[in-house]
Design a binder for this molecule. Sequence first.
Ligand code: NI
Length: 137
Amino acid sequence: MVYIQRRETFSASHRLHNADWSDAQNEAVFGKCSNRFGHGHNFQLIVTVKGHVDPQTGFVMNLVDLKAIMMAEVIDHVDHRNLNEDVPFLAGIMPSTENLAMAFWKRLSPAIEAKGAALHCIRIIETENNFVEYYGE
Ligand code: NI
């Protein structure tokens, strides 16, 4: 089994806010991440795909295809958007980086499997110091 990775980037805003909670509780849990009009990040999305190497191409999966899938399924929908308001597939989901990783998995996994490979890991880098990984479980 060989693992390949592809990185794409997107810029987006979000707000961490639980509507069931008081302002004070939101402030206590989320701090400035709950500021009313949100804040932005330059996110990095790193997708790991696993599979066997095709003897004819030498590839697990053509990275041109993986790029196209990442753009069509995720980046084109989230880049330069407000993740709380502007993305239909995130409707009703509080756009923490953890929740983004799970939502992106649902969109990427079937498209990657259709190309004969398997999604292994979604890694999202939110800031220089904060990262999330999701393995589909
Ligand atoms: Ni944030």
